[in-house]
Write a protein that binds this ligand. Structure first.
Ligand code: SAM
Length: 223
């Protein structure tokens, strides 16, 4: 099968499972109009993330990499009354667009955006109550730092999800020596080793295919 086959297949499934969603469509359109890159999670993955947050009863969610707030909207929808989400973004411009999109979705009271390098923002966090779920989806070379901090900030029984850990099967391709994304590939390789060496977690990674290409995510359970 080719990527085109997967795109057609996903579109077919979406007709049945993913309904119209005004807030999500607005977020995409507004993000495109402001020149944000099209690298958000897919609607199918966004929905899965929401289901995961709901199934663990998440009340506090941390996201690393906001972009236009697309995944943040899915996560924030999973929160019960009084629940809170913090999302970290490097770009002031992206954060502004995300704030508009989150407000349009009626979720402004649930989501706080912190602008700056996510590693620094995470290191500065010493919350009274740990997070139930951390979603790591920023620069992939930063994954080792984000993992270290996410471990510190996630409660026992919580979940850390790391997006884009397959990169079209480039992570396992050791013949890649000087590609622009080599630091990202190395960030994912280091993350895999860190998870393997960490007795306090158990994890699995799930490859995905669809309109955003061939990739996948890692689901890490904090024991
Ligand atoms: N989670 C978003 C979604 O699905 O809608 C997509 C996030 S996008 C893949 C990655 C984001 O991480 C970009 O908006 C980028 O600006 C941000 N980013 C990159 N490096 C960062 C850093 N060092 N600190 C914080 N954010 C960073």
């Amino acid at each position: 099968t080719t990527l085109d086959d997967w795109v057609r297949e996903c579109e077919y499934h979406k007709q049945f499972l993913i309904g119209e969603d005004e807030a999500i469509e607005y977020a995409l359109k507004n993000s495109t109009e402001h020149g944000l890159p099209d690298v958000s999670v897919t609607p199918a993955q966004g929905k899965l993330m929401k289901f995961i947050a709901e199934s663990i009863g998440a009340k506090r969610i941390l996201e690393v990499g906001t972009l236009g707030g697309y995944s943040a909207i899915f996560f924030a929808r999973a929160l019960p009354p009084g629940g809170q989400m913090i999302t970290l973004e490097l770009s002031q411009e992206f954060a502004k667009v995300a704030a508009q999109n989150i407000a349009h979705a009626g979720l402004a009271d649930k989501v706080k955006i912190i602008v700056g390098p996510a590693g620094d923002s995470m290191k500065a966090m010493h919350p009274e109550e740990l997070f139930d779920l951390v979603f790591v989806d920023a620069d992939k070379k930063g994954n080792p730092t984000y993992y270290t901090e996410a471990r510190r900030l996630t409660r026992k029984g919580g979940v850390i999800i790391v997006d884009n850990v397959f990169r079209n099967c480039r992570v396992s391709d050791m013949s890649i020596k000087d590609a622009a994304d080599l630091p990202d590939l190395e960030g994912i390789r280091t993350l895999l080793q860190m998870v393997k060496d960490d007795p306090g977690v158990d994890a699995t990674s799930i490859p995905t295919a669809g309109e955003k290409g061939y990739d996948g995510f890692m689901y890490i359970k904090v024991l």
